[in-house]
Design a protein around this ligand. Structure first.
Ligand code: KG4
Ligand code: ZN
Length: 358
């Protein structure tokens, strides 16, 4: 089945054409095209995504990206896809609507069905686009699995019995991990998006860098007061704010790049430690075969490496998509649409649902 998917939930305009095959036991995906147009430069001066600017950019980019499919010689306009898919939420409402309206028109023009996709299912199934999945699914049992979904708006731990049956065992009570990266980056007067900027700042530090600040590790101990897999990152952000205030850095700017790097690294250490320890604790408690890492924050090298190492220690499979599938893209939306079709899940309403969850 060929699926043409659109993604416009935040600040990336993306369209992808994906060939999906096989059953739910081992679905396979071949990405024929995956165009992503990022609006980072446009939102950067504002320190975050401005919904109406995102809408304007999506409106401008969608037809440009869509027309690029037809420049590709192998794609025949008449038989471009069997199914169209579009993200219906969660995300910024004006941004979601642009994708939905465009997808509706395109599906009508090509006389194909259109299905709605949950953006978070897209992140979850982005794991299926990875080379690790190709390799591991051939020789190992992957379920039950724990999935850590970490993006700008969500931090969720899922226990998956299969690809389509899961239970949410934890989520953030306040800020999402990506949001914490973005807010702390702003405190350090780094630009938007914060995650990659913090990572870049940290690169200045020597290999034998030691954390001398030790920011708090919020809700780290799941054993205390019963197992608890929820997260909370707003206190950590406040701890960074107080640290900066005590050094007199709320009015004056930190000039020393090494000092910025030191604070950024201490913050990153705290986030990574909490995410990794809780995920590993859940993998042990539920005796899972695998751990999946997905969402924009999965692009963080420190997090990928730490989770890879810890999963190796407890001998469970570790799956993380390649970098290009961590942040928002339409290929993952196509994958999620395919899984929804196979599982015969109740269709999602094709309207913008900004608060949709897993
Ligand atoms: O999944 P995503 O592209 O959009 C949402 O669905 O929210 O995630 C964006 C988030 C942003 O908060 C961004 O700062 C964070 O992912 N992010 C990172 C990195 N790259 C993106 N966080 C930490 N390290 C990174 N390398
Ligand atoms: Zn996302």
């Amino acid at each position: 089945m060929r699926i043409l998917a659109f993604e416009t939930s935040c600040d990336e305009t993306s369209a992808a054409l994906v060939e999906a095959s096989n059953r739910l036991r081992r679905p396979r995906f071949k990405i024929l095209q995956n165009f992503v147009s990022s609006q980072i430069k446009i939102h950067r001066p504002f320190g975050g995504v401005v919904p109406n600017l995102a809408k304007r950019e999506h409106l401008k980019n969608l037809p440009l990206i869509f027309n690029r499919f037809f420049r590709h010689q192998k794609i025949n306009k008449g038989s471009i896809a069997d199914l169209f898919a579009v993200t219906v939420g969660p995300g910024l409402e004006p941004a979601l609507w642009t994708g939905i309206e465009f997808a509706k028109k395109a599906a009508k023009e090509f006389k194909r069905p259109l299905v709605g996709v949950n953006h978070l299912e897209g992140h979850l199934y982005s794991v299926l686009l990875s080379r690790d999945y190709e390799r591991l699914s051939k020789k190992s049992v992957l379920f039950p699995a724990i999935a850590l979904v970490v993006s700008g708006g969500h931090t969720i731990l899922l226990l998956l019995k299969s690809l389509t049956q899961w239970k949410k065992i934890g989520e953030t009570r306040d800020d999402a991990a990506g949001e914490a990266f973005d807010k702390v980056a702003r405190l350090l007067r780094l630009t938007y998006p914060g995650g990659p900027e913090i990572e870049k700042a940290v690169r200045l530090l020597p290999k034998d860098w030691k954390d001398t600040i030790k920011f708090p590790r919020p809700m780290l101990n799941p054993q205390a007061g019963g197992k608890n897999y929820d997260f909370s990152f707003s206190g950590l952000k406040t701890a960074v704010l107080y640290y900066l205030r005590d050094l007199g850095y709320t009015e004056k700017k930190i000039k020393d790049r090494m000092e910025i790097a030191n604070i950024a690294a201490a913050f990153q250490e705290a986030v990574v430690e909490v995410l990794v320890k809780k995920t590993i604790c859940a993998a042990r408690e539920f005796r899972t075969e695998s751990v999946f890492l997905c969402g924009g924050v999965a692009a963080n090298k420190k997090l990928r490496e730490a989770l890879k190492l810890e999963t190796k220690k407890i001998r469970v499979n570790f799956l993380v998509p390649e970098f290009k599938f961590n942040t928002d893209n339409a290929a993952m939306v196509a994958a999620a649409a395919y899984i929804r079709q196979l599982a015969k899940k109740k269709p999602l309403k094709i309207t913008a649902q900004s608060n949709l969850n897993l």
